[in-house]
Design a protein around this ligand. Structure first.
Ligand SMILES: NC(=O)c1ccc[n+]([C@@H]2O[C@H](COP(=O)([O-])OP(=O)(O)OC[C@H]3O[C@@H](n4cnc5c(N)ncnc54)[C@H](O)[C@@H]3O)[C@@H](O)[C@H]2O)c1
Length: 127
């Protein structure tokens, strides 16, 4: 379901208890992916979640970093609980959350033209 790798980083050693753990939501692609790689490069231990399993697993595998991917859909309360539980189990602590996941699709046009169902989908992704 997920993979982890070690990353070279400045400052503390891999085993240092002072290494901070961050959870990045929607970390498989786009801005979230950039945040994941940036923080890993800064020495954070990074757990990231995304609804897209294949891309998330691909990033965790290819980045060569101390990353941990958890597949999860943030519009599902049980998935959110599972993601946080998994993050805590892996990291032993949770110092920060970057709540990045969301739907930003310019193809759908202005927000006032969204159907109620589409609008609800966007709200659910960030709650
Ligand atoms: N790109 C922009 O210009 C822009 C502008 C303003 C705000 N934002 C916001 O920044 C954030 C990232 O934008 P982006 O352009 O990188 O988007 P993106 O679509 O490239 O990436 C979003 C990531 O979140 C994941 N995701 C979406 N819904 C999810 C869910 N329910 N559960 C788990 N993962 C989910 C997607 O799979 C994807 O990997 C979004 O919240 C977006 O609304 C982006």
């Amino acid at each position: 379901m997920y993979r982890r790798r070690r990353v070279r980083h400045e400052g503390t050693s891999d085993s240092s208890p002072s290494r901070r753990v961050v959870l990045v939501t929607g970390g498989a692609k786009g801005i979230g992916r950039g945040v994941v790689l940036h923080l890993a490069g800064k020495g954070w231990r990074v757990v990231f979640c995304d609804v897209d399993r294949s891309v998330g697993e691909g990033l965790a595998e290819s980045a060569g970093a101390d990353l941990h991917f958890v597949q999860g859909d943030l519009s599902s309360e049980s998935d959110v609980e599972r993601v946080v539980d998994d993050a805590l189990r892996w990291g032993g602590r949770l110092d920060a959350v970057v709540n990045n996941a969301g739907l930003a699709d310019p193809e759908t046009g202005p927000v006032e033209r969204l159907s109620l169902q589409e609008w609800q989908r966007r709200l659910d992704a960030v709650r």
